[in-house]
Write a protein that binds this ligand. Structure first.
Ligand code: SAH
Length: 381
């Protein structure tokens, strides 16, 4: 069997691995736990090094499986401690993952698709179009590469404390692979992260938010960026399909199902576009409405992101004072509001600057449109 015909064990979460050992190899299920520890705690990919597995089992594994993380094409440290990796996904495509260290925590920003088809007007990934979904192995492989580089040991030497699905792509349009990868992130035999330390960020796919609430306990972030449908549709075209009221109702349902979690609303600050006092007041009203419906203060939080420019964009970052004034209006209205510090912009690693290498986009773009509007959405309704 050549390597491409073998199972990449990074594609399987604990359940899948247990089944693989029991059903495919005729072995005990707990072997899955041993192998996960080798892969995710010790960063070992070579079966020959897995010394607590018997010789026969190692030979069986050699013939049927591989542990194949994505190759690192480029490894780019920033002066502020941020680190970006360009990772090869196949012959034509590459994606980016970014590590952001900050007082006592280390956050990895992970991509879920090669490119993105949602066409948010202020996002650099959008300019590249969509190519394809990443596999579970390609998603968890990003965490694996960063963890190995950092010498991260779950439960003992934690360098990587948080993962945010905020890189390239829309994670809810790659639902199964993303959910499986997030399960490995939170598994004690995987990266051992607490549920609330794994965050999925979405542009607002309403039916998928409901589906996520049924299968996962991760934190939810929603890319809002505007308080009115008119403006939001301009910035995030997906809003035409799922307008603000429907989106916020889905957030209320999510919060009601997860009694202790809050929901973060991302709001990219663009000069003269969405950063005026009237926007702040309208936004505060929306946020308070969520808290009232869930009957829990501070369920809705706002994260203001200073716009990160990229070549060819027509937007500009809001001035510092405008961002502060906007924040103050929200805080005064009782809405918990943070300003996200811009990190890694010297290496184009800040929000909305991830580009990778996306090939073949025109053909795939048409395919994506057909799929997202027919498949994934009608499947749910
Ligand atoms: N598709 C998902 C995941 C991307 S997350 C989503 O939309 O949530 C990346 C976050 O950065 C989103 O909130 C996105 O809207 C925001 N963003 C995109 N481009 C940006 C830019 N140029 N500057 C600042 N934030 C940006």
């Amino acid at each position: 069997m050549n390597d491409t015909a073998k199972v990449n064990l990074l594609d399987l979460d604990r359940d899948g691995l247990e089944r693989f050992f029991a059903e495919e190899l005729g072995e005990k299920r707990f072997r899955a736990h041993q192998i996960m520890k080798w892969i995710y705690h010790r960063h070992v990919c070579d079966f020959a090094e897995m010394s607590d597995l018997g010789k026969d089992l190692r030979a069986k594994l050699e013939s049927r499986a591989v542990v194949m993380p994505p190759p690192v094409i480029l490894d780019k440290p920033s002066t502020d401690g941020t680190h970006k990796w360009l990772l090869g996904m196949d012959q034509a495509n590459a994606i980016e993952a970014v590590f952001i260290p900050d007082k006592g925590r280390g956050t990895l920003c992970v991509s879920s698709q090669v490119g993105c088809g949602l066409n948010c007007q202020f996002c650099s990934t959008a300019t590249q179009g969509f190519n394809r979904n990443l596999s579970t192995a390609e998603i968890i492989g990003q965490v694996w590469v960063a963890a190995k580089h950092l010498g991260n040991v779950p439960h003992r030497q934690r360098k990587l404390t948080n993962v945010v699905m905020m890189g390239m792509g829309e994670p809810l349009l790659n639902f199964d692979n993303v959910v499986r990868a997030m399960s490995i992130m939170r598994d004690d035999y995987g990266f051992g992260l607490a549920n609330k330390r794994v965050t999925l960020s979405t542009a607002g796919l309403v039916p998928m938010i409901d589906r996520l609430s049924e299968v996962s306990d991760v934190s939810l972030a929603v890319s809002l960026h505007a308080p009115t449908d008119e403006l939001r549709t301009e910035l995030v075209p997906l809003n035409k399909k799922y307008p603000i009221d429907e989106l916020l109702d889905a957030c209320v349902r999510y919060a009601l199902r997860k009694p202790r979690t809050s929901i973060t609303f991302e709001y990219t600050m663009m000069q003269g576009v969405n950063d005026l006092p009237e926007h702040a007041r309208a936004l505060a009203k929306l946020m308070r409405r969520i808290d009232a419906k869930v009957q829990r203060a501070n369920t809705a939080k706002v994260n203001l992101i200073p716009f990160n420019p990229f070549a060819g964009t027509r937007f500009e970052r809001s001035e510092e004072t405008r961002i502060r004034d906007f924040q103050k209006l929200l805080l005064d209205a009782g809405v918990l509001t943070m300003v996200r510090r811009t990190r890694g912009d010297d290496i184009d690693a800040a929000c909305g600057q991830l580009k990778g290498q996306v090939m073949d986009k025109t053909r795939r773009q048409a395919e994506f449109k057909r799929k997202t509007h027919i498949d994934s959405i009608t499947r749910i309704n």
